[in-house]
Write a protein that binds this ligand. Structure first.
Ligand SMILES: CC(C)(COP(=O)(O)OP(=O)(O)OC[C@H]1O[C@@H](n2cnc3c(N)ncnc32)[C@H](O)[C@@H]1OP(=O)(O)O)[C@@H](O)C(=O)NCCC(=O)NCCS
Length: 191
């Protein structure tokens, strides 16, 4: 990274929507991220943190809450030109710090690159145990029926392991924002 281009990690502004669209949808065209619309980005811009280099958006990530205890790290992307310079790590660390400020106990992510998240203290978990509202994203994903993303989770509370953070949830119970997704059976119609 050039000397005069120290990255600045900051919360996103509405004026970042254009660069964020180009960054995220560039990867979405390659099938490695979910595409976002201008409307969605504007609506959720306060979720986003950006890495700016020389005044340009070089990376981004979002923290999306699912209830008072759990949150998702999503829309994580670093511009191809800036990959491998630690921006991805800085972005996740900033999102984690933000989650801690809000008292979040469990942070999770869905990813094709579990090794990246493992380096940041995340561990793989059973992806059937997802926060209920996450399905609103899945429903419009082209890979809904053949999802191959890996669920990674990090407990932010000392002594709370991944399994403990997920324990105690009955099917359909969204008590801490987690839900065991029910199996859909074909309906038998009465004659
Ligand atoms: C994944 C991504 C955000 C990583 O950003 P980055 O700035 O290149 O990553 P960093 O330089 O901060 O790397 C942090 C650590 O993760 C490792 N790492 C980076 N990319 C990795 C990968 N694809 N697989 C495994 N480990 C990876 C680095 O070696 C580094 O390890 P270290 O700190 O122990 O040396 C970036 O490659 C990207 O935008 N990819 C395309 C979009 C994408 O896949 N997003 C993730 C959606 S969940």
């Amino acid at each position: 990274m050039p000397e005069n281009s120290t990255p600045l990690i900051r919360k996103a502004l509405l004026t970042d929507v254009g660069p964020l669209l180009r960054l995220i949808n560039g990867y979405a065209e390659q099938g490695i991220m979910l595409p976002r619309t201008e409307f969605e980005l504007a609506e959720n811009i306060r979720d986003f943190t950006v890495a700016a280099v020389g005044g340009e958006v070089a990376g981004c990530g979002a923290l999306h809450f699912y209830g008072p205890r759990s949150a998702e790290v999503r829309s994580l992307a670093v511009h191809p030109q800036w990959k491998g310079h630690g921006l991805g790590r800085k972005l996740v660390e900033a999102l984690e710090a933000e989650a801690r400020e809000h008292g979040i106990e469990s942070l999770f992510a869905f990813t094709y690159i579990p090794d990246f998240f493992a380096r940041l203290g995340f561990a793989e978990v059973d992806r059937r145990r997802l926060p209920s509202k996450v399905w609103k994203d899945c429903l419009r994903c082209p890979k809904l029926q053949c999802c191959d993303e890996i669920a990674m989770q990090k407990a932010l509370v000392a002594g709370l392991g991944a399994e403990e953070a997920l324990q105690g949830q009955e099917a359909g119970d969204a008590g801490n924002g987690f839900l065991i997704v029910p199996t859909v059976k074909p309906a038998v119609m009465p004659r």
